[in-house]
Design a protein around this ligand. Sequence first.
Ligand SMILES: [Zn+2]
Ligand SMILES: [Zn+2]
Length: 102
Amino acid sequence: MSKEFICSSCNFKTQYHYFGKKPPFVKSLVMMEDAYIMKDPFSSEGGIIPLGSHCTICGKSVCLSLECSIFYTKRFCVHCVKENISEFPLEIQTEVMKKKNK
Ligand SMILES: [Zn+2]
Ligand SMILES: [Zn+2]
């Protein structure tokens, strides 16, 4: 049975096979965060593609695209980063400001 991952920010939608830190189909891999993971269909060695995770603040699922989320010790969606911008270090602030001006 396939499950579906949907990014709440860009609406990117795809199937995923596993959610968590240790995908059972990959040996000796532990993710830095709970993540939606899909098996890489083009890899014969059990490669994986991390798709996204949950925002630590609002709990929405977001993809790993830089347009949608940022990983700074934990996963944050861009929306929450903007709302709490002063809590983040300067390099993250600069990064997010760059996006705004696009
Ligand atoms: Zn997205
Ligand atoms: Zn959020």
